[in-house]
Design a protein around this ligand. Structure first.
Ligand code: PLP
Length: 424
């Protein structure tokens, strides 16, 4: 074939990459609130919310209006070239919901990019190389974020070498160990201390990185005492505590931030994305100003970061969450959902464990025990996920072994919709 500089127009049809294998056969025509209307003519109750993204429900009228209005003013202005009002307004609004002291904000587009920005900042600020992550953590798919991810080998196998300096410590996964939460927390903290004396010197360690609720790792709330133990060790050794609130933040757990279930824990760097703009791609990290100032210009940034339309949607999202009392709704509806799931679990041996926080619920499927540990049953989890779709309820699976069905309704979900979801 002769390659020429000229573009050749053909009638070829491109197809989607095979890695874009859908969890459901649904093609969306339009969506509103908790509902997706498929091109197949069916209505689906959406307990996936674009993987925890459409926090205010699909196409909330105030978010739609804000985005439409912004589109007509300016769509994109690269933020290190010229600034735009929505990003300034968003930064001011975030000041009202961020933990005290985290008063400097940097913007990117996705969770993975924000995770990378946090890691870069931690290394630059401490001049230390090592990052300690916790078993089952998910932090994204870019190479650095995948290096920090231990929620399944599928996220990193085959494209090594990954980023160096990452060390994994145990997570207090009480159900898996067959222990109560306190025993699991004691064990995990002891193992962390052992790691810090045996392999990863504290004064070579930049940060601990953890999610307040493990997301892809199986919807496991991080016990408050574990977060407190990390905070205490971070303070003792001059290590930064980075909390990945990409999935658990923005009201989803029934508090504005997932870590706020643990008293006296404030991160040094907080990462947020997903629910931040109800579906528009934008992410952020927040840190104290003096810490943020340790990153030099050019070390962080990107062409699209802090996009004007996404920022306007994020401003509207924060307003809607406040005006419609959605954090409290997430708490109350989350309790309703977890109570209902516990009642369902009591009827089926295949359900080993139900857990969650607010509107993040995980149903773990197992087949008996081998040794002390329950055996993951991914086939049943997948069959349940597919069956709920056939019954008009969209759900997802997660967990390193793929044996957890997760429910992530929108923060606007109603009591009737939760009951309907449980029924389905
Ligand atoms: N961190 C957490 C906790 C996540 O759940 C995710 C995505 O699911 C990410 C990071 C990566 O975000 P993104 O897919 O936007 O890159």
């Amino acid at each position: 074939m002769t390659v020429t500089a000229e573009t050749t127009w053909t009638d070829q049809t491109a197809t989607l990459s095979p890695v874009l294998k859908q969890a459901t056969p649904v093609v969306v025509d339009h969506a509103l609130g908790s509902w997706i209307h498929g091109t197949d003519g069916h209505d689906y109750l959406d307990f996936t919310t674009g993987i925890g993204v459409t926090s205010t429900g699909h196409c909330h009228p105030r978010v739609v209006a804000a985005a439409q209005e912004q589109c007509a003013k300016i769509i994109h202005a690269q933020y290190t070239t010229v600034m735009h009002p929505p990003l300034l307004e968003l930064t001011e609004k975030l000041g009202g919901v961020l933990p005290l002291g985290l008063d400097s904000v940097f913007y990117a587009n996705s969770g993975s990019e924000a995770v990378e920005a946090a890691i870069r900042l931690a290394r630059m600020a401490t001049e230390r190389p090592n990052i300690v992550v916790f078993q089952g953590g998910f932090h994204g798919r870019t190479v650095a974020a995948a290096s920090l991810t231990t929620a399944g080998t599928r996220f990193s196998a085959g494209f090594s070498p990954l980023m160096g300096g990452v060390h994994m410590a145990p997570f207090p996964y009480a159900y898996r160990y067959g222990w109560d939460t306190d025993t699991a927390v004691d064990f995990a903290l002891r193992e962390l201390d052992y790691l810090l004396t045996s392999r990863v010197a504290p004064n070579d360690t930049a940060a601990f990185l953890i999610e307040p609720v493990l997301g892809d790792g199986g919807y496991l709330p991080t016990p408050p005492r574990f977060l407190q133990g990390l905070r205490e060790r971070a303070d003792r050794h001059g290590i930064l505590l980075i909390l990945d609130e990409v999935q658990a933040g923005f009201g989803r757990t029934g508090r504005f931030w997932g870590h706020q279930h643990a008293a006296d824990v404030t991160p040094d760097i907080l990462i947020t994305a997903k629910g931040l703009a109800s579906g528009f791609p934008i992410s952020a990290i927040a840190a104290p100003t003096d810490l943020m100032a340790k990153a030099w210009p050019g070390s962080q940034g990107g062409t699209y970061g802090g996009n004007a339309v996404a920022a306007a949607a994020a401003v509207a999202t924060i307003d809607v969450i406040r005006d419609e009392n959605l954090v409290e709704n997430a708490r109350v509806r989350g309790e309703q959902m977890l109570d209902g799931l516990a009642a369902i679990a009591a009827r089926y041996d295949a359900i080993g464990n139900v857990r969650g926080l607010g509107l993040m619920a995980g149903i773990e499927f197992v087949t008996g025990e081998s040794g002390d540990a329950p055996v993951p049953d991914a086939a049943t989890a997948l069959a349940v996920q597919q069956a709920t779709t056939r019954h008009g309820l969209l759900t997802l699976t997660c967990g390193p072994a793929g044996n957890v069905v997760r429910l992530i309704p929108a923060l606007v979900v109603t009591s009737d919709e939760i009951d309907m979801g449980l029924e389905r």
